[in-house]
Design a protein around this ligand. Sequence first.
Ligand code: NAP
Length: 334
Amino acid sequence: MINIRQEVSLLSRNTFGIPATASVFVETDNIAELTDYLRSFPDPVVFVLGGGSNVLFVSDRLDVVIHPVMKGIELIDETNDDVLVRAGAGEIWDDFANWCVEQDYAGVENLSYIPGTVGACPIQNIGAYGAEAKETVEAVEAIEKETGHAVSFNNQQCHFDYRDSLFKKNKGKYIITAVRFRLSKRFEPNVKYSDLETELSRNTSVTLKDVRQAIIDIRRRKLPDPSELGNVGSFFKNPTIHIEKSNEISKIFPKAPLYPVSEEYCKISAAWLIQQCGWKGIREGNVGTHERQPLVIVNYGGVSGNDILNFARKIIEAVYRRFGVGLEPEVNIV
Ligand code: NAP
C-alpha cells in the first residue's frame, strides 16, 4: 500500500528530536506502487527516511520524504555452512539482528542494538565492535529514483568502505527496498574489542546470545537512550590519519588509541581526540556532548539542527587546532 500525506511533522521521526516538516510524506511497503509514484513525479529530488537515527535536519522543510516500510525476513538459500536471508528495508535493524541470533545464524550479532532500519544498514556500512555490515551483505535491492527502475548491487558493486558505500556517495540516487545477507551456521566469537572482551571474560564458552546480550548491556550503559535524550549515536567518524601524524601524536600521548588500518594509515578514536580537547560532557544552552561518550552530541530539548551543527563545528575546530586532525560527521546532514 502507498500512503501519501501533506504537511507531515518529522519531529518524532528523527532521534535527534529536531522539528522539520515534509511537504509530502510517502509511506509505502509496495515496490510497484513506489516505482509508479517515482515515474509520475516530475521532480526526483526526494529524501529517503528510514528510522531517522542517523540524520540531522538543518532545513526546516523537506519537499518529498519517502519512508519505505517493506517488511519480511525470508530464508532464500541454505548450505551446510551458511544461509542466504532477504530482509525488507523497513525491518527494524535490531529486530533483524535478534532474529538472526535466535535462528543461530552468525554474522550480525556484534551489530546488535544499533538503531535504524535494515534498509539504512548498507548506506553507511554500519559497524561496531570489530564487525561491519559489508561482511554479511550479499546484495542490495533498490529502485533508481530518477528512472524508477529496480536495480540490484552485489557486495563488490556496493563499494563498501569505513562507514561509507556507493549509496552514501550517491546521496539521493537510490531507494533501498531489501538487503540480502549471507550468514554463517558456524559461529566464531569476535571479541577483540576490549569492552566486549571484559564483558564476556567470565563466560567459559561464548554463544551468539551471550555476544548479543553483552553488546546490549554495554550500549545501554554507555549510550544515551534517544527516547529520553535526543541523539544519533556517534556524531563523528573515527578519523584515518597518516602514520607520520600518528607517530607525532603517540610521542606526546603514548597511550593514544590508535589502530593500524594499513602500513601507511591508522584509525584514531574521535572520542579520545574530543575528550583531550576538553569537550567531554560540555553543555552550551541545550546542546552538549554526552558525559559518558563525547562522540555523542545530545539535544537537551528545543534546539534546531543548526544549533547542533554550530556546536559540532566548534568541536571540529578545537580538535583541528590541537591535533591537526579533521573530524568528519558520520551523521547525514539534510
Ligand atoms: P571504544 O571501545 O571506546 O573505542 C573507541 C574507538 O576506537 C571505537 O570507535 C573503535 O572504532 C576503535 N577501536 C576500539 N577497539 C578497537 C580495536 N580492537 N580494533 C580497531 N578499532 C578499535 O568505542 P565505543 O565508543 O565504546 O564504541 C564501541 C563500538 O560501537 C565501536 O565499534 C563504535 O563504532 C560502535 N558505536 C557506533 C555508534 C554509532 O552510532 N554508529 C555509536 C556508538 C558506538 P570503530 O568505531 O571503527 O569500531
